[in-house]
Design a protein around this ligand. Structure first.
Ligand code: XMP
Length: 320
């Protein structure tokens, strides 16, 4: 049972000191690896690990092919400015191969977990002889996995999986008692720029969480473009999270007077504090029209754009 550390009870400075010394003590003379995805949680863990271990920490960004437009270079560039070197590891084909033919949401998550932890990370860990992996698991990830809602790609101990036995390394999770609001407060106290600590959440399985049905390169291109449009238009909305979801079925549309049996994008924009519950943001209709117009114009093959008006629960924030 993990005790929650609520934002109200959090002393960010004290928390940072405690976690830095816990990481230092746990790793000792060992070697630690850290996977940065650019999301808020892994960014905060990267800074904690960097403070604790300096150059003893190797931080990698796994390019899994499921990332947003320009994400690897943008994230590596931002951290370089903070004095943290990031290695980008190209594992695109491994992830795409693992996802081939899979349509079931939980099987997709499992394929990503296995490829990430066992195949790609296992290899990096073996090559660098690391014995520790730093990871940004937060309490919401644990809750939803244990409740059987979604198998979050980064939760093991709570499922009775021993990472040492299964993958050959130990996992250190400094943020496990926190929810997103507290993680942001720690990120701010660590001196991360607002563009990182206030970033909207982005899930570990990345754009695969936003493709219904099989994940293919072609579908990734569509959802990636639609995501860029949605993020550009909603970045000033103050919403907790916003995204584009690509549906699996096609609908009849028309372009230049001809029938076009095209793709459907669903836009979601959420108000939430900690992702446990969420309600759709009441966006002005003009904004919805702008979203539809820009997606149709900028994303080839899309003929229909819808807006989600269901709360979580029963919906979840991501579609997969
Ligand atoms: P759901 O879709 O379960 O999402 O309502 C709740 C919050 O968690 C994010 N999310 C994830 N984060 N690994 C993560 O690190 C995951 O596997 C994962 N799945 C969902 C989601 O973006 C939302 O903020």
């Amino acid at each position: 049972m993990i005790t929650e550390l609520k934002l109200l009870d959090l002393n960010a400075g004290k928390f940072i000191d405690e976690k830095v010394s816990e990481i230092t003590d746990a790793v000792g003379d060992g070697i630690a690896i850290n996977a940065l995805s650019g999301g808020v949680d892994s960014s905060v863990v990267t800074m904690l690990g960097h403070r604790a271990l300096g150059k003893k920490l190797r931080t990698v960004f796994i390019q899994n092919g499921l990332m947003r437009e320009g994400e690897p270079d943008m994230v590596a560039g931002m951290f370089r400015k903070l004095g943290v070197e990031i290695e980008i590891i190209d594992a695109r084909s491994e992830f795409l191969d693992a996802l081939k033919g899979i349509t079931d949401p939980e099987m997709k998550r499992e394929a990503i977990t296995q490829t990430f932890y066992k195949k790609v990370f296992g290899r990096i860990v073996r090559e660098s002889r690391a014995n520790y992996l730093l990871q940004g698991t937060i309490l919401t990830d644990v809750d939803e996995t244990v409740a059987g809602i979604k198998r979050q790609h980064n939760v093991f101990a709570q499922l009775g999986i021993d990472p040492q036995e299964t993958f050959g390394y130990q996992i250190i999770e400094p943020l496990i008692q926190l929810r997103k609001d507290s993680v942001r407060a720690v990120g701010k106290a660590l001196g991360l720029p607002e563009e990182i600590f206030a970033r909207i959440p982005f899930p570990g399985p990345a754009l695969a969480s936003r493709i219904i049905g099989e994940v293919t390169e072609e579908k990734l291109t569509v959802v990636r473009k639609a995501t860029s449009v949605v993020e550009k238009l909603l970045c000033e909305s103050d919403a907790f999270q916003y995204m584009a979801i690509l549906h699996d079925d096609r609908v009849t549309g028309m372009r230049e007077g001809k029938r076009d049996f095209g793709r459907q994008i669903e836009v979601r924009c959420w108000n939430s504090i900690d992702a446990r519950t969420a309600t759709p943001t009441k966006l002005p209709f003009e904004m919805l029209e702008k979203l539809a117009g820009d997606i149709i114009n900028e994303v080839p093959g899309v003929v229909s754009v819808t807006y989600n008006i269901t709360s979580k629960p029963p919906s979840t924030i991501e579609a997969v």
